[in-house]
Design a protein around this ligand. Structure first.
Ligand SMILES: [Zn+2]
Ligand SMILES: [Zn+2]
Length: 206
């Protein structure tokens, strides 16, 4: 550092002048340039960082906006994927009889708007279907949900448009309900839906 300073030359006349003596050399030898020794150095130095800083600020702002946008899109994407990921898919079997004869469970319960009366569980459904629905008239109930949770027989009946307390179907009072051959103590007791071979039999009275 000292060597560099000592070997410095006057930029005007080229004569060797120590840096600390440059000012007095200018004052003595080049009085007109005395002011320019400080000025050209301080002006670019003062301007450069501020220009750089403002660019940096703009870049940081732009970068922040891009990061926020990416985060926003990611959150939306994650939520979309979460809402559309099938996490539960079970098939209990429902059979309904009236005077010993089978009562058909309609197809498209929870899919056809006329067979989709209760919408309180729609948030768990996928692809625009209720989370509890039927595809055909076999009585096979499809539980297809984006969340693993308990769904019940009464919730299925409510979606279908039957009384949600399980008291009647198509206007006929429910006289008994059995699950896997076991008759429930009360005909209006709710049943948590389980995967097949769960067999739910509802018997109606006239
Ligand atoms: Zn389905
Ligand atoms: Zn299914």
């Amino acid at each position: 550092m000292i060597l560099l300073l000592e070997s410095e030359k006057c930029p005007v006349c080229g004569s060797p002048v120590k840096k600390e003596n440059l000012k007095s050399h200018y004052a003595k030898v080049h009085p007109r340039r005395a002011g320019s020794l400080v000025q050209p150095k301080t002006v670019p130095l003062a301007r450069a960082p501020s220009a750089f800083r403002s660019h940096k600020k703009k870049n940081m702002l732009l970068l922040s906006l891009i990061v926020l946008a990416v985060m926003g899109v990611s959150i939306v994407a994650v939520e979309f994927v979460a809402a559309n990921t099938l996490r539960m898919h079970i098939h209990p079997q429902l059979s309904i009889t009236l005077n010993g004869s089978p009562v058909q469970v309609p197809a498209q319960i929870g899919i056809d708007p006329s067979l989709w009366k209760d919408h309180s569980l729609d948030q768990y459904g996928l692809s625009g279907l209720a989370p509890i629905h039927t595809h055909d008239t076999s009585g096979l109930i499809h539980v297809e949900s984006n969340t693993v949770r308990d769904f019940t027989l009464h919730q299925f009946l409510a979606i279908w448009g039957q009384p949600s307390d399980g008291s009647s179907i198509n206007g006929h009072p429910v006289s008994s309900v059995s699950v896997d051959g076991q008759v429930l103590p009360s005909a209006t007791q709710d049943v948590v839906l389980r995967d097949k071979p769960q067999q739910i039999v509802m018997t109606l009275a006239t």
